[in-house]
Design a protein around this ligand. Structure first.
Ligand SMILES: NC(=O)c1ccc[n+]([C@@H]2O[C@H](COP(=O)([O-])OP(=O)(O)OC[C@H]3O[C@@H](n4cnc5c(N)ncnc54)[C@H](O)[C@@H]3O)[C@@H](O)[C@H]2O)c1
Ligand SMILES: O=P(O)(O)OC[C@H](O)CO
Length: 298
């Protein structure tokens, strides 16, 4: 293993933005399935031989990717994806822990559109790990335009990052239906309460929901067309089919599959999640106008 070396795995929007950020202070490799014209692009084996890996592949592909490509040789990992595995209802930390010791795992959360990070615009994120030493090691790789905070609430960060994508779809639907600012902000506020209720069931810390990982990322994603999930909502409100919307998007919108995961988890654990339930129902064909009526019922 090349000591001190850093690589990003996955050259989608977020992988490329993180590669740009992490290249400011040191050399940083990047790899993906198809070769890209990016500085320090390398093959997978070279990337995997780095000591520090930042993994930015979509949540639903992680298990297969780890099974097929990854061999643990002591690498320290920062997970950059946001989502819940739809087939199992597992949070990303649970999947990674099947392959990698907890002490070697960290998770990025917080409001961070790739499109702004790749321009070097300032932002603040959280690096979540049960191992504070890991945070200290990764922290020094981040450039001056990114402020990094530490949290040990891995489960809280994972739930916020995944749940806010579903709420961003709901907010996009609200916007697409022209329901006004009052409606959108009511939805976002009640969404935050719902996300907290869901998270507390799984042991997330309350503080996480009012910080960057929770309210921060929710406010960002549920209020901007820069969000892919928000744009999925806009499309649904405009009667486009999900297939059409995703084809046009051409990038991952994690909230779609995460809606299915949350739907299974809230049924299994009997958690009251009215907004996520309506997003799931709309994805399954319910008319958004009927969802609105149901959400407004006292
Ligand atoms: N884009 C953002 O602003 C942003 C910010 C924070 C977090 N994220 C999260 O980062 C993750 C990736 O998002 P993105 O914006 O880079 O998406 P993207 O659609 O731009 O790119 C996804 C990348 O994953 C790769 N990929 C897909 N399937 C793969 C597989 N089976 N094996 C290996 N690689 C595979 C694709 O080739 C592509 O390079 C998502 O979980 C997303 O929620 C994105
Ligand atoms: O474009 P989205 O909806 O995947 O959101 C991107 C990031 O998660 C924002 O922090």
């Amino acid at each position: 293993m090349k000591e001190g070396s850093v690589a990003v795995i996955g050259a989608g929007k977020w992988g490329q933005a993180l590669h740009y950020a992490l290249s400011q202070k040191q050399e940083c490799y990047i790899t993906s399935r198809t070769k890209r014209d990016i500085k320090n692009f390398t093959d997978l084996q070279t990337a995997l031989s780095c000591e520090y890996l930042v993994i930015a592949i979509p949540a639903q592909q992680i298990r297969t990717w780890l099974s097929n490509h990854f061999e643990f040789k002591g690498q320290k990992i920062l997970v950059a994806s946001k989502g819940i595995e739809a087939t199992t209802g597992k949070f990303l930390n649970e999947i990674y822990e099947e392959f990698i010791p907890t002490q070697n795992l960290g998770f990025i959360s917080g409001p961070s559109f790739a499109a702004e990070v790749i321009k070097g615009l300032p932002c603040a994120i959280v690096l979540n790990s049960l191992n504070k030493q890991l945070f200290l090691e990764f922290e020094k790789f981040f450039p001056n335009f990114i402020k990094t905070y530490y949290s040990d609430d891995v489960i809280g960060a994972e739930i916020c990052g995944a749940y806010k994508n579903v709420l961003a779809i709901a907010s996009g639907i609200c916007e697409g239906m022209d329901l006004g600012n009052n409606a959108r902000v009511s939805l976002i506020s009640r969404g935050l309460v719902e996300m907290q209720r869901f998270g507390s069931h799984f042991g997330a810390k309350m503080d996480t929901f009012i910080g960057l990982s929770g309210a921060g990322d929710l406010f960002l994603t549920a209020s901007s067309e820069l969000s892919r999930n928000f744009r999925v909502g806009l499309g649904l409100a405009n009667n486009k089919t999900l297939d059409e919307i995703l084809k046009q998007l051409g990038e991952v919108a994690e909230g779609v599959k995460t809606s299915y995961a949350i739907n299974s988890l809230n049924k299994k654990h009997n958690i009251y999640t009215p907004i996520a339930n309506e997003v799931y129902s709309i994805l399954e064909g319910k008319n958004p106008k009927d969802s609105l009526k149901d959400l407004l019922k006292n």
